[in-house]
Design a protein around this ligand. Structure first.
Ligand SMILES: *Cc1c(COP(=O)(O)O)cnc(C)c1O
Length: 431
């Protein structure tokens, strides 16, 4: 699959049926797998042989879909998880323990921010949050001797900031730690962070990859490029024997290419069980088959909507990284020249009340907390997810009271613009 273009990989990678075998990925709806002798199964338990024994750890349907995403990102190994939250948790917890520290962009998904700043902090892992626009020196300054990873989002949800992947990766490498990047919004169709030096890529597959609002899921892809053994003292979990696995040293046994995913599967999946259902993996694969087609349309629609909004008298401001007026446009040209994502945020003149009125008047876009769906949807954080906050608190958090997050689906953009236009007229007329 390596030499095919991304569109061909979206359709074909991960599953190569033999003669007379099903063309579609079979849904292996089985928790367990049968063996002739205990010795056969023992080899699997010892990680001496590869194969399946219990679907909490691995399932062939899930693995086929993980292999497709691995091919899309250009990685060496990948695993599916039950959600994007599980993916980011595993990606960090696989290399950071109590007493360790991680540097993260502050511009990240709210759920990830809570995971890091509240729940993982309770587990003894400390995070320092920095601006996604930090200079190299500012990134360096956040590091401590016990820092184990640098984390950011390619295009952040919901702030739509774009990260300078090469800059973040180079500081991480200078400090001897991997750069972990959540590539949910750009998807590998628009940006492949590994090509720019990222070491581990995570996804909430719930968004564009599934794309139809049908299954929550996550994925971790390892680039296979980070040399754990060269930084042995920082990563004892990968570089010293695992007593819970008969003294296996992951980085020795599976090399740079396999150690991270093997350890996350063998230890974390074993102990936390954040396993996706094979049915969900099957649905995810259906989404992946059209990811490249849908991303083109999401981006076209978002660009048209953003351009329309930029010229509208009722709109105070528009934030879309694909616009030439965006301060992130130079980074977009470098890292995602084909397009960014389908999400546009903007302010409706008249603040909170005007934004609420605008949303109520929309007919095509539904009000949802979801994004990245084939169907357009939108959210006004100040009157829903963040309604407990005052206007002042909202602006301090970078979510002004007038902000509407609009996720452009794959409908016809003229219809979307007409719908938005009518809703803005309703706000203007005050009825
Ligand atoms: C939604 C989202 C997540 C969390 O994913 P779930 O599948 O909802 O658990 C993580 N990162 C980003 C960028 C997201 O948009």
């Amino acid at each position: 699959m390596k030499n095919y273009k991304i569109e061909t990989k979206c359709v074909q990678a991960g599953h190569t049926p033999g003669n007379g075998e099903p063309r579609q990925i079979p849904i292996i709806q089985s928790t367990t797998f049968k063996y002739a002798t205990s010795e056969d199964m023992g080899k699997l338990f010892d990680l001496e042989a590869s194969g399946y024994f219990y679907s909490r750890l691995q399932n062939p349907t899930c693995d086929a879909v993980a292999a497709k995403i691995c091919a899309l990102e250009g990685g060496s190994a990948a695993m599916l998880l039950s959600s994007g939250q599980a993916a980011n948790f595993f990606a960090i917890f696989n290399i950071a323990n109590a007493g360790d520290h991680v540097v993260s962009s502050a511009s990240i998904y709210g759920g990830t921010f809570n995971l890091f700043s509240v729940t993982m902090k309770k587990m003894g892992i400390d995070f320092t949050f920095i601006s996604p626009d930090s200079t190299e020196d500012e990134i360096r300054a956040a590091f401590r001797p016990n820092t184990k990873a640098l984390f950011g989002e390619t295009i952040a949800n919901p702030a739509l900031t774009v990260i300078d992947i090469e800059k973040f990766a180079s500081v991480a490498h200078e400090k001897g730690v991997p750069f972990i990047i959540d590539n949910t919004f750009a998807t590998p169709v628009n940006c492949r962070p590994i090509e720019f030096g990222a070491d581990i890529v995570t996804h909430s597959t719930t968004k564009y990859m599934d794309g139809h609002g049908s299954a929550v899921g996550g994925c971790i892809v390892d680039s296979g490029n980070f040399d754990w053994m060269a930084h042995k003292e920082k990563f004892p979990g990968l570089c010293t024997p695992d007593e819970s696995y008969h003294g296996i040293t992951y980085a020795e046994k599976f090399g740079k290419e396999g150690a991270f995913i093997y350890k996350a599967t063998a230890q974390l999946m074993r102990d936390f069980g954040s396993t996706p259902a094979p049915q969900s993996a099957y649905l995810l694969n259906l989404g992946l088959e059209s990811l490249h087609v849908r991303m083109d349309r999401h981006c076209l629609n978002a660009m048209k909507v953003a351009e329309f909004l930029e010229t509208h008298e009722m709109i105070a401001w528009v934030n879309y990284p694909g616009l030439e007026s965006s301060k992130y446009y130079p980074l977009v040209e470098k890292y995602m020249p084909k397009g960014t994502c389908g999400v546009v945020s903007f302010g409706v003149k008249g603040g909170r009340a005007a934004a609420e009125k605008f949303m109520k008047s929309l007919k095509i876009a539904a009000i949802e907390t979801h994004v990245a769906d084939a169907r357009s949807c939108c959210l006004h954080p100040a009157s829903s997810t963040h309604r407990q906050m005052s206007d002042e608190e909202l602006s301090a958090a970078g979510i002004p009271a007038d902000l509407v997050r609009f996720s452009c689906g794959i409908e016809n953009y003229e219809d979307l613009i007409a719908d938005i236009s009518e809703a803005l007229e309703a706000v203007k007329a005050g009825n």
